[in-house]
Write a protein that binds this ligand. Structure first.
Ligand code: ATP
Length: 261
């Protein structure tokens, strides 16, 4: 990839977007796993109401970035600001109370618990019983299949239903911002389309979304903007249209994911 072109694209797009208030801003994040330097300078921003993707191949640092934002990992350098407040080192439950929730890679459901119990766990940081019941009704309106199967164990659901349950569980905390890690992983193309339509709907109804995806071509169909990570660094950013039309991105990421889909 031609880094000169890519970095100038990063700066231009960021300047164009400055009018939007940031919900999340990450600057120069460095994270190690022992001796492994996983992140070596990840920077990006997500404006209020935006739908933004972090793209990149295996091992680029996407999951590590989300885990660090959620307080699961501690950065050795850099800053994470959520709605203008520096939140480095805050615990996950504190962040969830502030309105930021992660739908983790591989769903991470409680497989031996029922759909209902999984949803209840999503509301663990809330104490407003009536409000929790109302949110549960909203989740059931969004995913009628979860209401039908509310007494079934999570492990008995299909892959698509499990992803719906993972998203529903996250919605139970009433997030202002959702982080989605590989929502398309392991799902048939038709189901991926359904999940992506849902992501667009959630964003249109006011949830700010940052999603991590290996399926770059499909992601660029729905997001406002995206960042490409490579080797633990942000290599470029742009609007979806800019990235689709960037030859380096097309060559490195779009061909492969178009074939996959
Ligand atoms: P994938 O799509 O494969 O999950 P990714 O972009 O999400 O890729 P990460 O999982 O964040 O990438 O990994 C970033 C780097 O950190 C990789 O080099 C990976 O091997 C390394 N890494 C991730 N988790 C660990 C861990 N628990 N211990 C040591 N190294 C790790």
């Amino acid at each position: 990839m031609c880094k000169g072109t890519l970095m100038s694209s990063l700066h231009t797009s960021d300047m164009d977007q400055k009018v939007v208030k940031d919900t999340l801003r990450v600057d120069d994040l460095h994270v190690n796993y022992g001796a492994v330097k996983a992140l070596k300078g990840v920077s990006f921003r997500v404006g209020e109401g935006e739908l933004v993707a972090l793209l990149g191949s295996n091992g680029a640092g996407k999951t590590t970035t989300l885990k660090t934002v959620m307080g699961v990992l501690n950065p050795i350098e850099g800053s994470i600001q959520y709605r203008g407040e520096r939140v480095n080192g805050r615990k996950t439950d504190v962040l969830v109370k502030k309105g930021i929730t992660l739908v983790p890679e591989g769903r991470r459901l409680f497989q031996k618990s029922s759909v209902l119990e999984n949803l209840e766990i999503g509301a663990i940081v809330r104490t407003d019983g009536a409000g929790i019941r109302k949110t549960m009704e909203q989740v059931f309106t969004l995913f009628p299949v979860l209401q039908e199967r509310r007494k079934q164990l999570a492990e008995s659901l299909s892959g698509g239903e499990q992803q719906m349950l993972a998203i529903g569980r996250a919605l139970m905390s009433q997030p202002k911002m959702l982080l989605l890690d590989e929502p398309s992983m392991g799902l048939a193309p038709k189901i991926v389309d359904q999940i992506f339509d849902l992501i667009v709907d959630l964003n249109r109804t006011g949830t700010t979304i940052l999603m991590v995806e290996q399926n770059a071509s499909l992601s660029l169909e729905i997001v406002d903007r995206a960042y490409v990570l490579e080797g633990g660094r942000t290599m470029l950013s742009g609007t979806a249209t800019e990235l689709i039309n960037n030859n380096d991105v097309a060559e490195a990421y779009l061909g492969a994911s178009l074939e996959q889909h």
